[in-house]
Design a protein around this ligand. Structure first.
Ligand code: SAM
Length: 291
């Protein structure tokens, strides 16, 4: 049963039109966006969700125009039904992610993206995950390709603690190396070590790009590495959403490195829509040292 079907007798036509039909299930918590004009109907909406998911423990509402913490990327959440405790354990394709949604970023909508990136990794690679959150990308990679070493950096102390716990829960100790710190400082310490760098912070990855390239093993002519570069793009359906992020990235890198690098695009993908005509996109960039 869909949420709209469950509410057909409880809301009128106008209210049903304002209902935001998609929601996330994270462990035993449901998170949904509520239109401001439906705030008085929260209880009815929660009751309908409980009929669809009888085992849910907590239902959380996110205001439609919610504030997102600029650094930690967490959102304002309001418990509309159930337990105030927002710690939960989420299972995704055999991986276990323990999170506290009050304190850390987590999105089940990135599950395909985690697998997509992990499938590209080759045995023996050294990887840096610059904005790792509770370690999801790193853990999926480590499970799929155990012959790797993944430095997994996050500045949020809560994310770091959950990442350490998730590394243990998923038995990838020694492969994933949790690091608490600012990616800017940590990337400097890791200069010249990586075959691949992940930058899953679309709003800010741009400003870290030269440091990410410096972290690649580009010590001699012909050497190459890969950057999974995330950015925000705007446009209509059918527009080329990758050209502007690519040109921005190329301009940033040519002002830092001149003509010494060649940037090739391995793959592009729209990761998700985040607002009308606004998308998170990823460009897998192959970086080659020319001279
Ligand atoms: C959008 S979340 C991505 C989390 C993770 N990749 C995932 O898939 O769940 C971005 C993460 O980057 C972290 N972050 C933001 N700025 C940072 C910085 N300067 N250095 C390190 N981590 C940072 C935030 O704390 C947050 O956990």
């Amino acid at each position: 049963m869909t949420l709209k079907e469950a509410l057909r007798d409880a809301l009128d036509e106008d209210e049903l039109k304002k209902l935001i039909k998609s929601y996330d299930v994270v462990g035993d918590i449901i998170i949904l966006k509520i239109h401001p004009e439906l705030e008085s109907k929260c209880e009815i909406i929660a009751e309908a969700l409980r009929r669809i998911y009888p085992r849910v423990r907590t239902i959380v509402a996110v205001p439609l125009y919610t504030h997102t913490d600029e650094l930690y990327r967490t959102r304002d959440l309001e418990v509309i039904w159930g337990d105030e405790n927002l710690e939960t354990t989420h299972k995704e394709c055999g991986y276990i992610f323990k999170v506290d949604l009050k304190h850390v970023f987590f999105s089940p909508r990135l599950s395909y993206e985690r697998m997509r990136v992990a499938k590209k990794v080759l045995p023996g690679e050294t990887i840096i995950n610059t904005f790792s959150g509770v370690g999801c990308f790193s853990i999926v990679i480590a499970k799929m390709q155990p012959q790797t070493r993944i430095y997994s950096i996050d500045v949020n102390p809560y994310a770091f603690e959950y990442m350490k716990e998730n590394v243990t829960l998923n038995k990838v100790e020694g492969t994933v190396i949790p690091v608490l710190g600012d990616a800017r400082e940590e990337l400097e310490k890791l200069e010249g070590v990586a075959d691949r760098v992940l930058m899953p912070l679309p709003e800010q990855a741009y400003s870290f790009l030269p440091l990410a390239v410096r972290a690649l093993k580009l010590n001699k002519e012909g050497a190459r590495g890969v950057i999974h570069y995330y950015d925000v793009s705007t446009g209509r359906k059918g527009d080329d959403l990758f050209n502007v992020p690519l040109e921005r990235a190329r301009a940033n890198l040519s002002s830092a490195f001149g003509n010494s690098l060649r940037i090739e695009v391995e793959e592009t993908r729209v990761v998700r829509s985040v607002a009308p005509r606004k998308y998170h996109v990823v460009l897998d960039l192959r970086v080659l040292r020319m001279r």
